[in-house]
Design a protein around this ligand. Sequence first.
Ligand SMILES: C[S@@+](CC[C@H](N)C(=O)[O-])C[C@H]1O[C@@H](n2cnc3c(N)ncnc32)[C@H](O)[C@@H]1O
Length: 293
Amino acid sequence: MSPVNLGTLMGKTTETLAAAGIEAARLETGLLVEHVTGFGRMAALGAPERAIETAASAAVAKLAARRTRGEPLAYLIGTREFWSLDFLVTRQTLIPRPDSECLVEAALANRARLPDRPRILDLGTGTGCLLLALLSEFKDATGVGVDIDAGAATVARANAERLGFSDRARILCGNWADCLNSGTKPGEFHIVVSNPPYISADEWPDLAPTVREFEPPRALLGGTDGLNAYRQIAGRLPGLLAPGGLAILEIGARQAHQVAEILKFEGLKVQKPLKDLAGHDRCLLATLKKHDI
Ligand SMILES: C[S@@+](CC[C@H](N)C(=O)[O-])C[C@H]1O[C@@H](n2cnc3c(N)ncnc32)[C@H](O)[C@@H]1O
């Protein structure tokens, strides 16, 4: 590969991505090139003649080729923004989705009902994005994030560290709330948040290939009807929620009714679903029955 300058590298990579049908080819190129060389789109506009080492342009070409085969950009550059925070992501973690920010918004909208120093539990924490976004908003809160995947728990711990929350966040590896048994009291948490796997067996073949082939199935698949995780989590909520505490669950766009029924069966009171940016039902709030929302 002959030496190139920054402007040429940007141009060629944009062409490669655009030819593969990637809509935001220019934007993604900027991020890929910046990831490898340290110089992004603004640098390329200011000094397109800047020489780029052959090894660096070869590394960009390799990443661009992976991108054209459908691998998500976040896995290639190793980070994704959520709630204006920068999260490390790996193939062991789901890539945080903007729609999940409605869970953080729901917690903020209920700020008035929380005591000082609220305690937060995030079941299926992945990158830790929900827990750490909440800790960024509730400055005196502490929290626990749980994930069954040891790789994901390691990433969540690294995110807590790099975002400056490791003194307020504890990350555990285990099956939902089972790993809390030692060291937590019943009714310990003022917020229990979860974005569990909720894709059903029927929906799996229709998922975008970039999701189905690259993101961890354990983060996506919720059993035959997509509801297994809700059944497991709902049964634990009455023992986890503090009086007046709030459960905030992400749901699939057509699951509001079924998940509400599962929560009600466990004796919880459920609010009508909140919608995501696209107007789909995305979030259910529940409390212990005697404590109104
Ligand atoms: C949809 S992802 C959500 C990740 C992150 N909270 C987010 O919103 O981006 C679901 C997460 O639940 C974890 N998970 C699946 N089954 C679990 C279980 N039985 N116990 C704990 N975590 C589990 C997965 O490993 C995955 O990280």
